[in-house]
Design a protein around this ligand. Structure first.
Ligand SMILES: NC(=O)c1ccc[n+]([C@@H]2O[C@H](COP(=O)([O-])OP(=O)(O)OC[C@H]3O[C@@H](n4cnc5c(N)ncnc54)[C@H](OP(=O)(O)O)[C@@H]3O)[C@@H](O)[C@H]2O)c1
Length: 326
């Protein structure tokens, strides 16, 4: 489609500047959710990584709970001179009720990733046995001691985001992002205050599952049970292929008009807003290349208007926090 470098986007008030579509690596960890019915296809991950970095998609999102993903990234990064921004996440499990657990988690992620400093370290979920004030102040200390460059949160409501921002600001550290589920099939952040809070606080809304885990890429069809159906329902609140079909039809129609796939149009829709940064889960070189090309698509106002109109049923406030997702 094109060979020019992808657009760059800044993450909140940080100095992290990255290619406009991020690389999600939940899939890189293996595990039941992402297992392919045809068998594991992990061998494609190095090619996905190479294609993404060669084309400037240089933001890698991972988490300590994504199976082997952090170690996979560590292995790929080892000796690779190409710059990349690595974002990982702390999982506030109910078993973790001491601050030492947070310090240990950071150190273990550093070790697995093979780096001295994690560019963006996110609190994966708002639920925590360690009160937010103490947790966030300890993260600020980790910024000051150089183990973390920037702090982000994930799945936080607007109120939780504002509180977290204020706690960190007191400690002299900016909160730069909130990572939440956001797509044409889940537009809650537009109406539950999360996107407004991000804009106001100069933070980036990092949108996960922008393809609704494949539903917006035509991977699940009416009456066909995909391997991820259960997780998808939990994540998206039952946007069955049936309910999603009007959106998918528009994506296909617009895609045909501009020579793009439906997944690419869905990603381009996410990129329309400079406060939003989509991270797309990729497993192979074809996904990565397709996402590079999606990053270059500018939808016109008619196309944006159509997508806005067909996805109105999904533009309603829902709880920001759900169980069972990565
Ligand atoms: N913070 C959180 O709580 C949280 C929760 C969920 C996800 N995440 C992060 O967000 C990332 C992305 O979300 P996600 O993986 O849940 O869902 P997603 O990005 O909406 O969907 C990923 C799936 O879409 C398909 N795909 C990707 N690029 C494609 C392309 N160009 N054309 C066609 N199909 C394409 C692939 O399906 P196939 O594999 O079937 O080919 C891929 O596995 C994750 O990897 C993770 O880093 C964070």
């Amino acid at each position: 489609m094109h060979n020019s470098p992808v657009q760059r986007r800044k993450i909140g008030s940080s100095d992290l500047e990255v290619g406009v579509v991020g690389v999600g690596t939940w899939q890189w960890g293996g595990g039941a959710i992402w297992a392919s019915p045809k068998g594991p296809d992990q061998t494609d991950i190095p090619s996905a990584y190479d294609v993404a970095l060669d084309h400037g998609l240089d933001f890698l999102d991972t988490a300590e709970i994504y199976g082997a993903a952090e170690s996979v990234i560590g292995g790929l990064r080892s000796g690779d001179p190409r710059p990349a921004v690595i974002a990982s996440k702390y999982f506030p499990s109910p078993k973790r009720w001491r601050l030492q657990a947070l310090d240990r988690a950071i150190d273990r992620s550093l070790e697995r990733l093979g780096v001295d400093c994690i560019d963006l370290y996110q609190v994966h979920w708002p639920f925590s046995m360690i009160p937010h004030r103490r947790l966030l102040r300890r993260l600020a200390a980790a910024v000051h001691d150089g183990r973390i460059r920037y702090v982000g949160v994930s799945n936080f409501t607007a109120v939780q985001t504002r509180r977290a921002y204020a706690i960190l600001a007191d400690a002299g550290v900016p909160l730069v992002s909130n990572q939440v589920s956001y797509s044409l099939l889940r537009r809650a952040p537009e109406v539950n205050g999360v996107l407004d809070a991000c804009r106001e606080l100069e933070m980036t809304l990092i949108g996960y599952s922008p393809l609704a885990q494949g539903l917006l890429a035509g991977k699940f069809r009416l009456g066909v049970q995909g391997v991820r159906t259960g997780v998808m329902s939990a994540l998206l609140g039952r946007p069955t292929p049936d309910r999603a079909s009007v959106v998918n039809q528009s994506l296909l129609r617009i895609g045909a008009e501009i020579g793009a796939s439906q997944a690419q149009v869905a990603i381009a829709w996410m990129c329309r807003d400079p406060a939003v940064f989509p991270i797309v889960g990729v497993r192979n070189a074809a996904h990565a290349k397709s996402n590079v090309d999606a990053a270059a698509i500018q939808l016109d106002s008619d196309q944006l208007h159509e997508l806005d109109a067909v996805s109105v049923p999904f533009r309603r406030a829902r709880r920001a926090t759900r169980r069972l997702v990565g």
